[in-house]
Ligand binder design. Structure first.
Ligand code: ADP
Length: 321
């Protein structure tokens, strides 16, 4: 048996050099990887950083004019575009709120100023009983005006609060409509009349029942009927109810002054009153309250009107059937 051993000096030195070369290469590769990674990550994050910086400069005061810059067509650009759309919506609702508050305070101030000035004039010297009665009547009218307005504002706020479905019950719309003559009698002190007609009474009572908030639905129909009586030449509101598939259709019509076609789209805005309505009492809140109440009940409202001939408001509510 022969045992031979040898030391591969060259082989060892080659392996040693290879290890060194590999270590250096690994180091260089790592440095390159980190460098390139950092470069790309920085490039990728740049638009996000820009977006964050721009968003930080936007606040409630400059919401109207400030928008984030959108360049390119990547995901960041679409995020920026969506953010701009959201800002536009926020800005619109801020504007609406501002004009609502200024309109509300203006409407509240007018009758208050009138009450104060009438009382001041009346108190400036001793007057006859007739003068006092006249002043008191006029002050009473202004106070009623104020009370109407504050009730309207309260109802508008309530229609927002009562959105919770927990307050919803089953409401028979035909029975609710039958209460309208009494309600309008109280509201218009006997001046208005309501003529209710049910052309066909369905056998299934679910067809005229909807899930809703009874007091809000009363406010809705009372507002429509009140308007019809106010604007009608014969002070009469005509109300009909029928069903169409799963909908309860209620129409409130009158033979009054009508609404100019150019203004029909605006009458549901708070405080908007048509040009031809100046002579009739009101604050322009009723229909905006109606619109909110209908939205809460997932219904729809339509208007058809001819100036000088009359107006028909059609409300569609989903029935239980
Ligand atoms: P208000 O009746 O207190 O003015 P509304 O919000 O109920 O407020 O109505 C807004 C406007 O819509 C009214 O000022 C009027 O110009 C118009 N309008 C509403 N209902 C009728 C109607 N039945 N006939 C004519 N115009 C109407």
């Amino acid at each position: 048996m022969v045992i031979v051993s040898a030391l591969d000096k060259y082989g060892h030195s080659y392996l040693g050099s290879l290890r060194q070369i590999l270590l250096v290469e690994l180091g260089v590769a790592l440095v390159l990887l980190v460098g390139i990674g950092y470069f790309f990550a920085r490039n990728m994050m740049q638009p996000v950083n820009r977006l964050v910086k721009e968003v930080n400069t936007i606040n409630a005061n400059n919401l109207q004019d400030n928008r984030v810059t959108v360049t390119g067509k990547d995901e960041i650009a679409s995020l920026g575009a969506n953010f701009n759309t959201m800002l536009q919506r926020l800005s619109n609702s801020f504007d609406l709120q501002k004009s609502f508050v200024s309109n509300a305070s203006h409407e509240l101030r007018t009758p208050l100023a009138s009450i104060i000035s009438q009382l001041q004039v009346s108190l400036s010297r001793v007057r006859s009983t007739d003068d006092y009665v006249q002043t008191l009547n006029s002050v009473l009218e202004d106070a009623e005006n104020l009370s109407d307005l504050t009730n309207g504002l309260l109802q508008l706020a309530q229609s927002d609060m009562n959105q919770q479905a927990s307050l919803f019950r089953e409401v028979r719309i035909d029975e609710l409509l039958l209460e309208l003559p009494n309600l309008i009698n109280l509201k218009q002190k006997g001046a208005g009349r309501v003529d209710i007609q049910f052309p066909e009474i369905p056998d299934n009572e679910d067809m005229v029942t909807c899930s809703g908030n009874e007091s809000l639905l009363k406010v809705l129909f009372l507002n429509l009927v009140d308007n019809a009586c106010k604007f009608a030449t014969d002070n009469t509101a005509r109300v009909t109810i029928h069903t169409e598939r799963q909908q309860i259709v209620i129409r409130v019509s009158d033979n009054g002054i009508g609404i100019p076609s150019a203004e029909i789209g605006k009458i549901f805005e708070p405080f908007y009153r048509a040009q031809n309505a100046a002579a009739v009492r009101g604050h322009g809140l009723g229909l905006s309250i109606c619109k909110r109440i209908i939205a809460i009940h997932h219904g729809q409202i339509f208007v058809e009107s001819t100036t000088g001939h009359g107006t028909v408001f059609e409300v569609r509510l989903p029935s239980l059937a």
